[in-house]
Design a protein around this ligand. Structure first.
Ligand code: 5AD
Ligand code: SF4
Length: 475
């Protein structure tokens, strides 16, 4: 799925399942409490912010502790089997609390809700509510039904729901960076992927509402927005008032113009859809970050064809060349799957060599996990032994670790404009921020009077595999 899985970004399974507490609750404002936990991709985290907004208007305030919640929600992911197992474990934990507190409602939202539908109610007897990704507006009425002792389900997928008019409540926000969802669903049919089935058809959100959200965030002190979609390059929205077609490149430009002081990122791009127009727009605006997440999935044209990615190894390589030609300083990251059906050692070597060619600064690496209902499940045998999958994945990880380190070493002595996101977790005398290329920089605060949200020039003098270390310079 062409979308960041929550980082830091997103995309890191070790970070899945963090519970987010939104904001301080005024006890007089809200009659009830909800607790929400999000798993999987950035889109899910962004959806939880929409859910929080809907629940606030219904008199539910957020709590950090699920034990004290009247409503416990899990916003779930189905992308790999492991993600579903984690959620099932968590549901069992909630069951214990519910046994002591029978009034507590437990709901499953997101992709697992969509995939398993009423099965979740039958199998996991503790679930009261099952709500798919396009049905969050019906949460208030579903909660009312469940309060009456019924189980409730709404897993209808929509062709036009984009939640455009709902102002998300920023959960777990650092007050500097925010996600803006620009589209929903996916029309690609990558054979390994369950997303087209769980999130439905692709639809683009009203561009005016996106710009308004970006403006609002800027006015509230945010300095970085990430435009989110499963495949942002196919964003396409027609302004009925003047007949103008807004492509992703046009949208990027409009968001970039909100303020030169606000950074724009986006995810995820599909190699078949990212256009020169997008690349030139990125190059034109300093505040559009020079970073592209460009999932390759495999380096073998034969496997790419079985995956239904609709590009070949050569096409992908030409895309990487084009990016570097237009923006020599642009960093690239990828998603990679090891051990897809029929993958030979030679195919695997092709993956390793395309990584070397593309010099990814970072990758999100997985081994293939067969998902029920997908094209691959129907058409191909999941025939690579787990041991082989794991060994190949390990080799991919080793190559990536080396590439990340090599890329960071090349940054030593360079000076970057860094957006300060907050204090370093390890040391409150240091700041943490990122450069345009999405690399994390840590540097001493010294005696400068700076705040989160400020830009500062930092010269790199050391690095680890994942971080650049430097010092503030006056330039
Ligand atoms: N097995 C393993 N990885 C998968 N992804 C998507 N579906 C599967 C699957 N069935 C990976 C892809 C995608 C990322 C978000 O998750 O690499 O880009
Ligand atoms: Fe991404 Fe392909 Fe899945 Fe769509 S079908 S979400 S493009 S991996």
């Amino acid at each position: 799925m062409e979308i960041l899985e929550i980082q830091e970004k997103v995309h890191d399974e070790s970070k899945q399942g963090e519970a987010f507490s939104p904001f301080k609750v005024d006890p007089n404002l809200y009659k009830k409490r909800f607790y929400i936990e999000s798993y999987g991709c950035a889109m899910n985290f962004s959806d939880s912010e929409i859910v929080a907004s809907i629940l606030n208007t219904e008199g539910f305030g957020a709590t950090k502790r699920f034990e004290e919640a009247d409503l416990v929600l899990l916003n779930t992911c189905s992308i790999r089997e492991k993600a579903e197992q984690t959620v099932r474990k968590r549901l069992t934990e909630f069951r214990k609390t519910k046994n002591k507190k029978p009034g507590m409602l437990i709901g499953v939202l997101g992709c697992m809700a969509e995939r398993l539908k009423t099965k979740l109610l039958e199998e996991e007897k503790l679930v009261d509510l099952v709500v798919g990704p396009d049905a969050y507006r019906s949460l208030p009425s579903l909660i009312e039904e469940t309060d009456g002792g019924q189980k409730s389900v709404n897993v209808l997928l929509s062709r036009d729901e984009t939640y455009a008019d709902i102002s998300p409540v920023r959960l777990n926000s650092n007050g500097i960076c925010a996600f803006i969802s620009i589209m929903r669903g996916c029309n690609n049919m990558c054979s390994f992927c369950v997303v087209p089935f769980t999130r439905g058809r692709e639809r683009s959100r009203d561009a005016h509402s996106i710009i308004a959200e970006a403006n609002d965030l800027y006015n509230r002190g945010f300095r970085e927005v990430t435009l989110l979609g499963q495949n942002v390059d196919s964003y396409n929205w027609i302004d009925e008032s003047n007949g103008e077609t807004i492509t992703f490149a046009k949208l990027l430009e409009k968001v970039a113009k909100v303020s030169p002081d606000m950074r724009i990122r986006f995810s995820t791009s599909h190699p078949k859809d990212i256009t020169d127009e997008v690349l030139y727009t990125m190059a034109k605006y300093e505040n559009i970050c020079k970073y592209i997440h460009l999932p390759v999935q495999s380096g073998s044209s034969r496997i790419l064809q079985l995956m239904n990615r609709t590009y070949s190894r050569e096409w992908y390589i030409a895309k990487v060349d084009r990016i570097k030609e237009i923006m020599p300083d642009c960093s690239i990251s990828a998603d990679i799957i090891a051990g897809f059906c029929t993958e030979t050692e030679e195919d695997h070597q092709d993956t390793l060599s395309i990584m070397e060619y593309s010099k990814y600064d970072y990758s999100y690496m997985f081994f293939y996990s067969e998902r029920p209902g997908t094209l691959a499940e129907k058409r191909y045998k999941d025939d690579i032994p787990e041991e082989t999958k794991r060994r190949r994945l390990q080799e991919i990880i080793e190559v990536q670790n080396r590439l990340s380190k090599e890329s960071n070493l090349l940054d030593i002595d360079k000076t970057f404009k860094v957006l300060i996101e907050g204090e370093s977790k390890k040391n409150n005398k240091d700041w943490k921020g990122r450069n345009s290329q999405n690399k994390v920089l840590i540097f001493p605060k010294e005696n400068y009077s700076l705040n989160a949200g400020d830009y500062v020039m930092v010269k790199v003098d050391e690095c680890t595999q994942g971080t650049l270390l430097g010092k503030i310079v006056n330039e």
